[in-house]
Design a protein around this ligand. Structure first.
Ligand code: AGP
Length: 610
């Protein structure tokens, strides 16, 4: 998500840090900053917006010194602003961070009770204060103070810190967010990603979870958080700058498909209370009284986000027992829609800026509805125009075709359904716990599915020249079929249709012959038998079936020509995994056709026009 660069050595740090941040610019960010030790003090310069703004600020206030930290921020806690930009300072310490501190509120209250005043709304500032407090209370040095602070943190972090008292070193630590160390000639660097370091060195080593390190000009010393020394030699990274940006994947879209387990973990982080079988979500602002007064939920969205909304509708009806509808924002805004104070309108948008969805939000507010945004970009227009928000933590998505934002939207919608169900008394703690447990298992189920990429590639090789493809699904599988078809259209330019399997006999069955590949989404669920009948109807007309099934489905294997497997998993969370083979199928077909996967023709990542 955020970008980190650190430098210690003989050269002026600021230009190296700025160069490192520029190399991370492709990932997107909302603010940036540097902290440099000038030999006496730590000076911090930060700016909201583009790196150009930071560069201009540095011209006004040049930073001298050869030890420092740089950061580009992708906001997760606290709106994008100069005040929330990193580095964050407390006493003698400055810190940059990538990740999410789960227990930040608890720690913030504790620190506030002991008199600490916060200058930002971020979770990161807490870490700076914890390190500072440890130093005040006698920690021997920055390394020891960082170790003490880590003992208090829960969550994901790549951290880098400098201290006024130790001008010649950086201290870094990692848990669940990447951190790379670059070992140069008489200089040492760290970064959140390989590209950040390529301007200085290609000799790199990777910190593992639960490790921390001290970086000086002469090298790196690694220990586990428990204090056990770790020996690790750097290795040479031969990636080009472009390869490094994509993490070695051929396209950003492929990288983002494989990032989904992590994106789901981050979206769940800190939001699950298993003891209570409930969702911890302060940002939603929906107490029991507000939740009980809702008579209708209307989900508004466009494109892929609309497909997520269609899945969300099933979950909300089933778990919260309230009528739920979906609306294409691009349609509802041009009707004369009727919204009222008993409506909860949920606007789903990865960018948070889609003009049609924003207009639907405004119409809902004018009608007196309560509006909740599900978005990936903090403080974007749609959350700003809403009463409450539930952010997905997918991190920046660069591929125009949405993948990890879709799966994290699904996760956010299921969290919302549980939250509503619990507040409305429609869902007991036991069932809530079961669903939350199912959500926690999702990252591994996604990994399982991704590991079967070779099967999917084989189907793509066979069918990449097919001019048409039909996607069928029922129940929760129907929106997934729609999404599979949209992905294929968007990036491969092949014609694809998504249909509710039960609608086959009402028209599309006329298309079926031996040249028509039909993808049938049919994991083991309550609709299984019926979808199996649809599969048989397709086979009876010589249609070619690619079935997305639960592992070990012998029946489907007998009937379908190709089978793409999902792990055995609870029915409710199946759609999150079921979309993955379809994303990969679209990707491999597009790649085999040689289209511009990351920037498909005629499409924009953020659609701010009508
Ligand atoms: C997704 O692959 C598409 N690029 C597109 O359908 C997108 O989902 C739609 O434009 C809505 O965007 P939003 O989620 O940013 O509101």
């Amino acid at each position: 998500m955020c970008g980190i660069v650190g430098y210690v050595g003989p050269k002026k740090a600021a230009p190296i840090l700025l160069d490192g941040l520029r190399r991370l610019e492709y990932r997107g960010y909302d603010s940036a900053g540097l902290a440099v030790h000038d030999g006496r003090e730590i000076e911090v310069v930060r700016a909201a917006g583009k790196l150009e703004n930071l560069a201009n600020a540095l011209e006004q206030r040049p930073l001298c010194g050869s030890t420092g930290l740089g950061h580009t921020r992708w906001a997760t806690h606290g709106r994008p602003s100069e005040q929330n930009a990193h580095p964050h300072a407390a006493g003698d310490v400055a810190v940059v961070h990538n990740g999410i501190i789960e227990n930040y509120l608890e720690l913030k209250h504790e620190l506030q009770a002991s008199g600490v005043r916060f200058a930002s709304d971020t979770d990161t500032e807490i870490v700076a204060h914890l390190i500072h407090r440890a130093l005040e209370q006698g920690a021997p040095n920055l390394f020891g103070a960082m170790r003490q602070a880590l003992g208090r943190l829960r969550g994901a972090y790549a951290l880098a810190a400098i201290s006024r008292r130790e001008p010649d070193r950086l201290v870094i630590a990692k848990n669940a967010s990447p951190l790379v160390v670059g070992v140069g000639e008489g200089e040492t660097l760290c970064g959140s990603d390989i590209p950040a370091l390529l301007g200085s060195t290609r000799n790199m080593l990777f910190l593992e979870d639960g490790e921390m390190a001290e970086l000086t000009a002469s090298g790196v010393r690694i220990e586990t958080v428990e204090g056990k020394p770790v020996e690790r030699a750097p290795r040479r990274i031969d990636w080009s700058a472009v390869q490094a940006e994509k993490g070695g994947y051929k396209h950003f879209m492929l990288k983002e498909i494989f990032e989904q387990p992590r994106a789901v973990e981050d979206t769940l982080r800190g939001r699950i209370n298993l003891d209570e079988g409930d969702v911890v979500e302060a940002e939603l602002g929906l107490d029991a009284q507000a939740a009980r007064s809702i008579e209708r939920v209307v989900l508004v969205a466009c494109g892929t986000s609309h497909h997520a909304a269609l899945v969300g509708r099933y979950w909300i009806e089933q778990l919260a027992r309230v009528a739920a509808h979906t609306e294409l924002a691009s349609e509802v805004r041009y009707r004369d829609p009727v919204f009222g104070p008993k409506d909860l309108v949920v606007a789903v948008s990865q960018s948070g800026e889609t003009a049609d969805t924003l207009a639907a939000v405004k119409a809902a507010r004018e009608g007196g509805a309560r509006v909740l945004a599900i978005a990936n970009v903090l403080d974007s227009a749609i959350p700003r125009a809403s009463h409450g928000s539930l952010y997905t933590h997918a991190g920046p998505e660069i591929g125009v075709a949405s993948t990890k934002c879709f799966t994290t939207q699904l996760v956010a919608l299921l969290l919302l359904a549980v939250h509503l169900g619990r507040r409305r008394g429609a869902l007991d703690a036991e069932r809530g716990r079961e669903i939350l447990q199912a959500l926690l298992e999702l990252p591994n189920e996604l990994r399982w599915t991704l590991a079967r990429k070779a099967d999917i590639h084989q189907v793509a090789r066979h069918w990449h020249n097919a001019p048409h493809m039909l996607f069928l699904g029922r129940g929760l599988g129907y929106p997934i079929a729609l999404e599979g078809a949209l992905k294929l259209k968007e990036i491969s330019y092949s014609h694809a249709e998504g249909y509710a399997a039960g609608e086959m006999k009402h028209g599309p069955i006329a298309l079926i012959d031996e040249n028509m590949p039909v993808v049938v989404v049919m994991p083991r669920d309550r609709q299984y038998e019926k979808t199996l009948s649809n599969l048989q109807e397709v086979r009876a007309r010589d249609g070619q079936v690619i079935a997305v099934v639960t592992e070990g489905d012998a029946e489907a294997k007998k009937l379908a020509q190709w089978v793409l497997e999902l792990p055995k998993m609870p029915e409710l969370t199946q759609p999150v995994a079921a979309v993955v083979p379809l994303q990969l199928l679209a990707y491999y077909i597009a790649d085999l056709k040689g289209t511009d996967v990351d920037q498909p023709r005629n499409l924009a990542k953020t659609v701010t026009v009508e």
